[in-house]
Design a protein around this ligand. Sequence first.
Ligand SMILES: CC1=C(/C=C/C(C)=C/C=C/C(C)=C/C=O)C(C)(C)CCC1
Ligand SMILES: [Fe+2]
Length: 381
Amino acid sequence: MTEAAATESTESRPASPGGRGSTAQSAEERVDRWFARRPALALAALLPIGAVTPLFPVEVGVATFALGTLVVGMAHGAVDHLVPLRAAPDVSLRRSIAAVSVVYAVLGGAVVAAFFLAPVAAFVGFIALTWLHWGQGDVATLSIAGVDHLPTSAERWLALVVRGGLPMGVPLLAHPEEYRLVAEWTVGLFLVDAGAAATAVDPLFTPAVRAAVGAGMATATLASVGLGYRRVRSGGGGGSNDGGGRRDPAGWRRDVGELAVLWAWFLLAAPVFAIGVYFALWHALRHVGRLVLVDPEAASAASAGDAVGALARFGRDAAPLTLGGFLVVGAVGASVPAGVAAPGDLLAVSLVAIAALTLPHVVVVAWLDRRQGVWRPGVGA
Ligand SMILES: CC1=C(/C=C/C(C)=C/C=C/C(C)=C/C=O)C(C)(C)CCC1
Ligand SMILES: [Fe+2]
């Protein structure tokens, strides 16, 4: 990150505990390297393995997804109850926990009810929600890294559509059979009539839907990359936040590199495996990095170069509710009408539990985004 980018990223950060000087900038740089850049390189290195996964049985993907969720996936949302406390100066621990608990109980309960009442619609809603949330996460990472090529909220929304569509849309284009299998498993938990799930999900997998998703994703990616290029090439002009000063192309290059890795990953790898690895190594880790930065103790460990210390602090905060998350998986498993008999059912149950936890998680993350000015670039919270 350049000095200009670092300054901008500091501007877009919240009025955080204790204020932030040059040490905090270096915490941001380190966190970005540990939790976003290196994992992205690791994913690129895993591409040859990803490319052969369509030859493996789907159970390999299911085990990978389970492992990723166990190791870091579940934990990334397990400090949501502390987010208001840490990102807003006027919120007490009690209020923080109370507000987040209510949001989780109401919205999580509503999601489970939706799966019972209308499983296909709930499944489609979950895909859309994940599209939004994973796109939201990546835009926040780019924003905190201070990239220069997304100076307006419209450009950030386009980046969200692209980033979220890579894990949710591209596998539908490239590997519809496995995508469909997971849809059938998930919907099938709530329809005891054998065969009903297969028929119910049919409309999602028509050639027209797949072609529309593929064409939409290709167009959105080219538009986002092209607009970003224009921004950095013109070095300002029309931007909302820097009065036409020079823009650093490094953030755009990084964005393009990440997009290339993600396109390749989701085109090549089998969907369950691909999404399992992505959830842990990409989305969850990036969010953990963001949480490290809003926790003064973890952030100071990070700025001292102590990755283990920062992670240990996060792990301590996340441990109790990570366990809570797995209890939700158990509760969903115990309550679905079709019962849990095969590895596929276990994945499906985990997805329904994750769906219930994701809707409230998105609300907490959206609140954090607002505090950090992710969607109002240049305004600075
Ligand atoms: C595994 C898998 C799928 C869905 C995964 C989803 C929707 C995961 C969501 C995880 C979230 C939201 C985590 C929290 O941040 C598809 C696309 C149905 C088909 C291919 C395999
Ligand atoms: Fe998340």
